[in-house]
Design a protein around this ligand. Structure first.
Ligand SMILES: [Zn+2]
Length: 64
């Protein structure tokens, strides 16, 4: 099983700036203390609820 990651992409490791790959929303995430440089789990989730499937559609469905 692949890990459930959000759509946020780390663009600046120094500030913790993350950007959503889908809608472009960004925020500064905080590193979890004593985690070895890992971010809070929710940091990878877009606040608008974008999903990994929205990033690169594997099969584009056209619904009219
Ligand atoms: Zn988003």
């Amino acid at each position: 099983m692949s890990s459930m990651r959000g759509t946020m992409k780390l663009v600046n490791p120094y500030t913790g700036r993350m950007e959503c790959k889908v809608c472009g929303e960004y925020h500064n995430a905080c590193i979890r203390p004593m985690s070895g440089g890992k971010y809070y789990r929710g940091s990878w989730q877009c606040r608008f609820g974008c999903k990994q499937e929205d990033v690169i559609p594997k099969h584009k469905e056209v619904t009219l």
